[in-house]
Design a protein around this ligand. Structure first.
Ligand SMILES: [Zn+2]
Length: 104
């Protein structure tokens, strides 16, 4: 009886993980389309090349590999991982580094 319930629970957990995976796949696909559309607008308006974009991406990747800066909490002043949206210590508002920080 307990084994059967455990198997059902495991099945439900696997199903919800699968649903989350599908939702994330759709979100990533949508972000990719929006990013490509933004790139096309910026490229055409500013007359910049694909090589400029590739160089900028490489620069950002290098910065991230060397350790992203931390975000300071406005309330308690502690430093937090840049991926945090709220302070890990007090739940306070964190300084925003860029508009992309909220994407994680
Ligand atoms: Zn804090």
């Amino acid at each position: 009886m307990a084994d059967q319930r455990d198997r059902l629970l495991q099945g439900n957990i696997r199903q919800s993980e699968s649903d989350e995976g599908a939702i994330l796949d759709n979100q990533v696909r949508r972000l990719k389309v929006v990013t490509q559309a933004l790139w096309q607008i910026v490229r055409d308006k500013l007359d910049i090349s694909e090589e400029d974009l590739i160089a900028a991406v490489r620069d950002l990747e290098t910065d991230q590999q060397q350790g992203a800066p931390t975000k300071r909490c406005y309330d308690c002043s502690k430093e937090n991982n840049p991926k945090q949206l709220k302070c890990l210590y007090c739940g306070g508002e964190l300084a925003r580094l860029t508009a992309f920080d909220e994407l994680g």
